[in-house]
Design a protein around this ligand. Sequence first.
Ligand code: C2E
Ligand code: MG
Ligand code: MG
Length: 678
Amino acid sequence: MRALTILSRYLVTTIASIIAVAACIAASLAAMQAGSLSGVPDPRTLALLAGIAIAASLAARLAFRQATTLHTLAEASRQLVGADENAAGDAATTDDLTRLTASLQQITARLQNTTVSSDHLERVLDTLNDSIIVTNNEGIVAHINIAAAKMLGFAAVQMVGKPIQEFLTRQHRNTFTLTDANRTCESAFITRNGNEIPVSYSCSRIDTEGFSAQGFIIAARDISERKMTERRIRYLAKIDALTKIPNRMQFQHLLQQMIARAQKDALQIAVLYLDVDHFKEINDTYGHTAGDTCLESVASRLTRILPEYAVSGRLAGDEFAIAIEWKGPHDALTAYLQSFSKHLLTDLGRPLIVQGHEIHMELSIGIACYPQHGDNVIDLIRNADAALYHTKRSTDSKFEFFDAQMNAAAVERLMLKSKLRRSYELDELLVHYQPKVDVKTGAVVGAEALVRWELSERGLVLPSEFIPLAEETNLIVPIGEWVLNQVCADLSDWQHRIAGTGRISVNLSLKQLAQPNFTSRIQHILERHKIAPEALELEITETVLMRDPDHTIKILEQLSALGLTLSIDDFGTGYSSLSALQQFPIKTLKIDKSFIRDILVNKDGTTIVSAIIDLAHSMNMDVVAEGVESELQLSYLKVLNCDVVQGLLFGEPMTAKNYFDLLVANSQGNASYQKWFA
Ligand code: C2E
Ligand code: MG
Ligand code: MG
């Protein structure tokens, strides 16, 4: 992909040079013509030629600024020869298209009135790989280049004189507007054969400054393959690789949708949590392959007997779940669930022949119902799990319904909430730092700040347990601000003692971003500790980004303008499309650790990580791989061109002092992991 980007820059350079030459030729021709007729060049011709020359030199400057050295061109050719023609290959870089239309717009405007030069313009346009469509002010097609004709399957004469809307899919006709927006948007054309082609496009007004033609110039690039890759990524992110049924995340998402419907239409829901009894013994006795076959067969049997309004999912190893939507009274649902559970146990308990062995599986089931036992995804799954726990301990039943007494955990949550508030007030929270390491050099390039809470009676409580509690009580806002302050204080301390502390990233919660004065609060913290914004990065999960995109984009633009770096955290676990993420000023993409784990598990795992890295690079983002635990994962990530790695391989999240010691060791070339980068 980088090869294509470099090559496209090379192309822009070449075009700019052609235009410069064309301008000179046109200038000489016009001068000769003007001279032979009257001896005095026409001022309009001179102005036009000056315009061409300026536009050409602007384009050339732009292109040369972008064009990389001979070295990178050589690299581009090398990469192209061995280029992986995978799906990411066609992803358009936003800037390319926008700059291209801007340059073309200037040039077109100035070339419009002379036949000599418009021939040159046509020739230039035809050399471009991107589709160019020129329209008048009303959107009537005035000109298309060869690439556009090829992409759409129409000859120029079949398009010229018709509204551009005619060539868009019905769905995109209303959203396609001709404006001088100076940014890349997405739309879809319809070809002569009726095929849809998704495109990334940029539109620019032709500003004629006194010349006759007016209108718009549109540069479009086919992004079908990128869309396909995105769909594949999204599919793989939702489906469990082994059993091909929804994974935990997707099951939760489907249950969430079901709850929303139930709230609207007064429906009931039952969540059945299933667990294979003594699955470890099956694995130990017959081996992992046989174990996997058993799990596949549970999933396929489940799918076969799933009622009409129900979904299933694999929540973890040998744990599965079913959610059933129910219209009718609760008593009828309870009766139905009793008979359905018995049916499930019998059907899933049928013997299975695996590698010549007859395996008998038994299951246990825990059931929780909406709205009686919980009105949200977390409570329903947790309570079904609590019921399952009881089933497992019971000697006479294989399924049980949730009962409030089962949930000692609920009481504990309440207590934890008040303890957390007290710990925060007593300043007992801690910030630990997990180093991030440059894949190419092995140097520490920064760290992620992770909040820690230590309870004397329980030891370390994990953020996955207490951050949701803090979110529920809004305590996350002051905690988040405390973390930012602590990080800046630590940065200030380190910066006084060593050069190059790296950039420290801090996780942000939705509630922090929703504060009306969030940007000025951050600015204030930075000023208070005299920390440059470049030293701080903010990590925001995909889900948070997409919750209220219009508001979020405004805040992120302010933060980015301040000089802060923004990154997408846990990428791949949300449901947004990469194109949707393109609108945010994001510099870094962090691939979720679940994908990194899968790198070594199956081929799909490697493909998906490779595709994400390529796509991110094509959108000018750096990529951080989270959860790197082994040297083997690291070596894969090196090959896949990942930029930065973070994970247990390079250290657990550590105290501020230990991170400082690591920075010192790193600056002296003594950090223990530097051997992997020699
Ligand atoms: P995250 O931002 O994705 O942070 C990375 C998590 O992965 C951390 O978990 C880290 O300890 C863990 N991790 C690092 N390397 C490895 C590895 O090699 N293997 C595995 N399996 N895990 C690894 P932690 O510290 O438990 O934090 C969990 C989540 O809590 C974080 O996920 C983040 O979303 C949230 N969090 C942590 N600190 C804060 C904070 O100050 N504010 C907010 N809003 N959220 C925070
Ligand atoms: Mg994070
Ligand atoms: Mg993360």
